[in-house]
Design a protein around this ligand. Structure first.
Ligand SMILES: C[S@@+](CC[C@H](N)C(=O)[O-])C[C@H]1O[C@@H](n2cnc3c(N)ncnc32)[C@H](O)[C@@H]1O
Length: 215
């Protein structure tokens, strides 16, 4: 299976459908130096999974310029949902805020500026969905906290989890061991049911089990 060809096909098929797309969002962002944001098919997946699961309270780890948060907020706005998103780069967070205002979703997004390692243990609310998209080296470090922060029946989505097997730019190779560690943690954890989808650079979806119910 040629993943790149498949992704191109999907991208072409949907390119005129989305009102918000990654290229336009990035082009209209003044700040040009930032970590890449999710692919359009991952943004579409997030919107679908929020709708299917009726998620209202969302935690995003890794805001960047706010593309994924804006995509999710478009859906959440209709259902009076809310996103908390965490970013430690102040310039990037400022740009994300401007993008939220421009897109009309600033009222439902709370951006916390600081290190996710410090902020996450201090959160005292439970979430319907957590989108993990921070520095990949933090995925295994924050995994247990993420599961604890989910409500029973809550969903963890993590981006880039097929880094070990895709044709990855060598500049990101140092991140592969952390993703491999994370994937094993997810696969062996009894509190969740999970799989990895071959969209974008790989997306993990994990469901926190309800008490006494196995999927
Ligand atoms: C892949 S980008 C997020 C992309 C975003 N989710 C999107 O698709 O629009 C990861 C972001 O995490 C931020 N980051 C990295 N390490 C962090 C940390 N320890 N705490 C908070 N943010 C961090 C980076 O500055 C970067 O903007």
């Amino acid at each position: 299976m040629d993943l790149e060809r498949i992704n191109k096909y999907i991208e072409n098929l949907y390119k005129d459908k989305e009102e918000l797309n990654r290229k336009k969002f990035q082009d209209e962002t003044e700040l040009k130096d930032f970590i890449p944001v999710v692919d359009d098919d991952v943004a579409r997946f997030l919107k679908l999974i929020i709708t299917i699961s009726s998620s209202r309270d969302i935690l995003e780890i890794g805001t960047s310029i706010g593309y994924s948060a804006t995509s999710m907020a478009q859906i959440l706005k209709k259902y009076k949902g809310h996103i908390t998103t965490i970013e430690f780069d102040e310039a990037v967070a400022k740009q994300a805020k401007e993008n939220f205002i421009k897109s009309g979703v600033a009222d439902i997004i709370d951006i916390k500026i600081g290190d996710a390692k410090v902020i996450i243990p201090g959160l005292n609310k439970k979430y319907d969905l957590i989108f993990q998209d921070v520095d990949k080296r933090l995925y295994p470090v924050l995994f247990d906290d993420c599961i604890k922060l989910l409500k029973p029946g809550g969903i963890l989505v993590a981006d880039d989890t097929l880094f070990p097997v895709i044709d990855l730019d060598p500049k990101w190779h140092y991140l592969i061991p952390a993703i491999e560690e994370f994937n094993k943690l997810v696969m062996t954890d009894d509190r969740i049911e999970s799989t990895i989808l071959p969209i974008g650079d790989g997306v993990t979806i994990a469901l926190k089990k309800q008490m006494n119910i196995t999927v």
